[in-house]
Design a protein around this ligand. Structure first.
Ligand code: BES
Ligand code: ZN
Length: 629
């Protein structure tokens, strides 16, 4: 443990090529790097396919290199050619390796003359892991089809052949055709006045990693929320969305005051249909967001603070591998809290920090040791399935710890300097630590020891002196919850009439894993939680009520998981179903109906829960699990 950071800092000084390769990409960036991508794509709803070509500009690093190795998944490749200075094409030989379940198919292009540009003609599969194709019936307005991408973590390769590693950055231009009347948007500057003529052009002049490549198309209206921000959504949703997100411009201002200018130009938000598998995705210039945060009272807009924060932590300074993802998500969760505090006050920011800290305290002990580390070893962790609260909540907690020790007068300019120093670069944890050592720890001695930092970054669990904010409102809820569960306080005497979304979340999070049925029924009778329009509350309510054995909520829980596809909001409900008698069979029925509307990632997530529960069932409920081989 002592040796590790010394070694780590030595490693940070190594040139890029000497760094461990990204285990989730076949790319060989020491040989050649993609520096720019030109996309020429047609969106074909009838076939659920993107078809066209990607022209990659190349920076050959090794004079002896003769191959360009790319990541692909389920692409059908038509042809590959080299382009000379005049754009004249000549065919290149290539081999597409058999599909690996995790990584896709390695595409090896023989390019012995090291051409400056290579063009790949291809089409995507209807099952592309990074795309979802929606029928009109699956949209809010039910009139037009819709499609969108979700490239993070390693799904860009399912719609563009490229070097799909966050260590590699490129600029891009795109020419996209679509049915007339629909609007196409990308993770680039978007023009709200663009005619809906089926012919769109985009440019991203800043070098971005592949996981930030993004596209969507559908019947999209636009409503401005400020001079450099607008909301894009289906016509029946756009006014509600613009109202919910009316503080966007203030959020940009607050972030700039703390961390320097917003460098991307416009910041727009695309509100997707409810099947979007995440809460938000920080696609450059155009955050993609779930409609589940449109609850009418702006209580869930920290999600926008989060995605906006990625414009500094993540999109500007990027984790070089998925193992270092806490550099994106931990920093962003910290910055999110600072934006929330600036707009809505310290009490709300503290509540949100407490909510996630408490959840992490509950969950971290049950994780495999390596997953408890901010910077785990080996470097193979980090694909979607392995992403956990550690990157977000232990990461942001570490930064709040540093903030507390150094004070904001020192820490805020330090973080701003960090963003400036590494702007438009992809870095490892060890590079971040070397900068931390030189610019914070060594400059202000006596505040934080290297052992402490070591423990936060490479240690398991949560350091003992990790600071937690006070929240009088949450303390009051702890007391009321305890009295209520003990039967001393009737449900209708809970002070819940004025509870905010966060207070409800905290109340429900703190319930026992399997609460008493009569308590849950009393709660529902008094506060009508079944059928709540707030899915953050619904997720917590249904999972606890199901665990308590309340079959009366099953139908509403079914509607909750069928109506939305955001994985975080439906995972606990499926998990609760499979643990109660008859619940697995019911969940399977629900899933069979919901599946056609789910995103490929959501399908995979639910199938895993159901499969694991089935395996357990077969072993029999009373027999202990077989010892691991
Ligand atoms: N970049 C993430 C989403 C992501 C992470 C997608 C890893 C795929 C792999 C995004 O910024 C995020 O964290 N979204 C959260 C928002 C929440 C923490 C406010 C989400 O989707 O719930
Ligand atoms: Zn994030």
């Amino acid at each position: 443990m002592q040796l590790l950071p010394v070694l780590a800092i030595a490693m940070a000084a190594l040139p890029l090529a000497a760094r461990a390769a990204d285990p989730l990409s076949y790319a060989e960036p020491a040989e050649v790097r993609v520096t720019h991508v030109d996309l020429e794509l047609a969106i074909e709803f009838a076939k659920k396919e993107l078809r066209g070509d990607a022209t990659l500009s190349l920076d050959w690093k090794n004079p002896k290199a003769g191959n360009l190795v790319l990541d692909t998944r389920d692409l059908s490749i038509g042809s590959v050619s080299a382009l000379d200075g005049e754009g004249k094409a000549s065919r290149l030989e290539y081999t597409l390796a058999p599909r690996d379940k995790e990584l896709g198919s390695k595409l090896t292009i023989a390019a012995p003359t090291q051409p400056a540009r290579v063009r790949i003609s291809y089409a995507t599969s209807p099952e592309a892991s990074g795309l979802q194709w929606l029928t009109p019936a699956q949209t809010a307005d039910r009139k037009h089809p819709f499609m969108f991408s979700q490239s993070e973590s390693i799904h860009a390769r399912s719609w563009v052949p490229l070097q799909d590693s966050p260590a590699i950055r490129f600029t891009f231009k795109a020419h996209v055709t679509a049915p007339k009347g629909l609007r196409v948007v990308m993770g680039a500057l978007n023009d709200a006045r663009h005619p809906l003529d089926g012919d769109f052009r985009f440019e991203q002049p800043h070098p971005i990693p592949s996981y930030l490549l993004a596209i969507a198309a559908g019947d999209l209206a636009v409503k401005e929320t400020g001079p450099r921000s607008a909301v894009y959504a289906e016509p029946s949703v756009v006014a509600r969305a613009a109202h919910e997100f009316e503080d966007t411009e203030k959020m940009i201002d607050a972030a700039e005051k703390l961390y320097g200018p917003y460098r991307w130009g416009r910041y727009d938000i695309l509100v997707l249909p409810p099947s979007f598998p995440y809460g938000g995705m920080e696609n450059p210039n155009m955050t993609f967001a779930t409609p589940t945060v449109l609850v009418g009272d702006k209580s869930l807009v920290s999600l926008i603070a989060h995605e906006l924060a990625h414009s500094w932590s993540g999109n500007l300074v990027t984790s070089a591998s998925w193992r270092d993802i806490w550099l994106n998500e931990g920093f962003t969760t910290y910055v999110q809290g600072r934006i929330t505090e600036a707009l809505y006050g310290k009490a709300l920011a503290d509540e949100e920090a407490l909510l996630s800290a408490r959840e992490l305290q509950k969950s971290i002990g049950a994780m495999p040791e390596n997953a408890q580390r901010l910077a785990p070893e080996p470097r193979s962790v980090g694909a979607d399935d392995n992403l956990s609260d550690v990157a977000y909540d232990k990461g942001s907690w570490f930064l709040r710890f540093l903030e507390g020790r150094y004070g904001r007068a020192v820490f805020d300019p330090y973080i701003r300097g960090y963003f400036d120093h590494f702007a438009f670069q992809s870095i490892s944890t060890e590079e971040m630590l070397a900068y931390l050592k030189a610019n914070l720890v060594d400059k202000h001695p006596g505040k934080v020891s290297w052992e402490e930092i070591n423990d936060w970054v490479y240690g398991t669990g949560i350091p003992k002196d990790a600071p937690l904010p006070d929240s009088p409102s949450f303390d009051a809820i702890d007391r009321q919850r305890a009295e209520f569960m003990d039967g001393k306080l009737p449900a209708d005497k809970l002070g819940a009439k004025d509870w905010s979304t966060q207070e409800w979340m905290y109340f429900l999070d703190g319930l026992p894993e399997k609460p008493a049925l009569d308590r849950m029924r009393a709660l529902d009778k008094a506060w009508k939680l079944t059928g709540t329009p707030n899915a953050e509350i619904g997720m917590r309510w249904y999972s606890h009520a199901i665990a308590a054995g309340d079959k009366d909520v099953w139908k509403a829980a079914d509607q909750h998981v069928t109506r939305i596809g955001r994985m975080y909001l439906i995972r606990p409900v499926y998990q609760a179903f499979v643990k109660v008698p008859g619940g697995l069979a019911y969940a399977e029925e629900v899933y069979a109906k919901a599946k056609p509307g789910y995103h490929p990632l959501t399908q995979k997530m639910v199938e895993r829960i159901l499969d694991e529960a089935k395996k357990k069932d077969e072993k029999g409920p009373d027999k202990p699990a077989a010892p691991a081989a």
